[in-house]
Write a protein that binds this ligand. Sequence first.
Ligand code: KIV
Length: 266
Amino acid sequence: MKKNTINTFLQMKENSDKITMLTAYDYSTAKLLDRAGINSILVGDSLGMVMLGYEDTLQVTVDDIIHHCKAVSRGSSNALIVADMPFLSYHASIEDTIKNGGRIIQEGKAHCLKLEGGRNIIDKVEALIMAQIPVMGHIGLTPQSVNMMGGFTIQGREEDKAKQIMEDALLLEKAGVFAIVLEGIPGKLAKSITEELTIPTIGIGAGKDCDGQVLVTNDMLGIFQDFTPKFVKQYANLKDEIDSSVRSYIKDVKDMSFPQEKHTFK
Ligand code: KIV
């Protein structure tokens, strides 16, 4: 299987070949996704919610991302590893941004970084790219802005907001990002942005016309139980599988049907 790079993403857009991306936060999951042929693995700050049990992504730290990124990079051979820069790790100064982003690349072994925002972070995006760190943009519903947005609400429904999101996409492209995640925006707006840009768009809750799609793996496998957003397709129901497996294990241990002779050393 061929190794995915940022050039693969651009080529795939040119060839109208859809880009696939899923999140992973640990070695075993990364290995499964990579072996199945996923183009890209995102070490998203969604790990704060699905792995650490926080109610949003705001408490995730650079050290959290590095810790999970290291595990993912050990499990992945061909996927492009994208890591989220967490809340406030790229807002204070360019120096902080380079230091934090540099650590995620050097220690976490991510191939590139994803930053949420548009016009408000262009200087940081440019500085990272100047430092030879590829950047993926993320606009629309940006979970790190949950308090400013007043909740996890769909963005860009009003004409002026849609115009702002389109402008942000163009500014990010001009700044040099190699792809942009479009999250929680109307399908029509995502289609216009995708047609306007030469770099690929990766959608989540943004309809079918993006150049690729990303989902949180714990949502699409039915592991995360707290809530399932409307835009998620569940490809498995692992929470029920795990529940019945654990119940069977408890029963087997209690009635001594496990372990058997074949599980026992002579
Ligand atoms: O953190 C994450 O998993 C993300 C995706 C939802 C795009 O940013």
